[in-house]
Design a protein around this ligand. Structure first.
Ligand SMILES: C[S@@+](CC[C@H](N)C(=O)[O-])C[C@H]1O[C@@H](n2cnc3c(N)ncnc32)[C@H](O)[C@@H]1O
Length: 179
């Protein structure tokens, strides 16, 4: 798990500590082993995590049981999103969108839009072009073009991070609100 920092993502902590995100019903897309969602739950968010990996969810559940965090888990793919329309006030996506196959991007974006409340926040972090050319390494221009039809873009941030495997990788974080 090269991505796992063993602590919540600094970008998420920053947004929460600055009070930029309303504490409400939250979806952690591709929650992995649950580090970010447990942090959110411990800080007053009502969080559901989805991941396609049964193993990741089992691990996340076991971790959550050792905390006071109230969490929900669903094993499903990000192309399915079996939630009600406008169910969530906040959608957190750390390293999820860059796993979406090119042909599934419209379905994914439509799904995120559907389950997010109007005016709700979507905080997306994905690989940057600066990691080298690849189908899922994005430029700011690409991200804006993909999301700006349905979302109002508040901020696009480009930065590097030393990941769990000790490798420096470049990311974009896009903070947007559902139009
Ligand atoms: C880079 S990890 C990020 C995990 C977590 N967000 C974090 O920051 O620690 C990507 C996660 O996406 C999950 N994933 C991959 N394809 C998926 C799909 N189709 N639907 C849901 N989750 C998926 C993987 O199982 C993995 O846990």
């Amino acid at each position: 798990m090269g991505w796992e920092l063993g602590k919540p993502r600094p970008i998420l902590v920053e947004f929460v500590e600055k009070g930029l995100i309303i504490k409400g019903k939250t979806l952690d897309l591709c929650c992995g082993v649950g580090t970010n969602m447990i942090y959110l739950a411990e800080n007053g968010f009502e969080v559901t995590g989805i991941d396609v990996s049964k193993k990741a969810i089992q691990y996340a559940k076991a971790k959550a049981e050792h905390t006071k965090a109230q969490t929900n888990f669903v094993i499903e793919s990000f192309v399915d999103l079996s939630f009600r329309d406008e169910e969530f006030e906040f959608i957190f996506d750390m390293g999820c969108f860059h796993h979406v196959e090119t042909m599934d991007r419209p379905t994914f974006i439509k799904g995120v839009y559907r389950v997010l409340k109007k005016g709700g926040d979507y905080l997306l972090t994905c690989f940057s072009y600066k990691n080298g050319k690849a189908w899922n390494h994005f430029t700011a221009k690409q991200l804006i073009s993909l999301f700006s039809v349905r979302f109002k873009i508040n901020e696009v941030r480009h930065y590097s991070s030393i990941e769990g495997d000790g490798v420096k990788r470049y990311f974009y974080t896009v903070w947007m609100k559902k139009k």
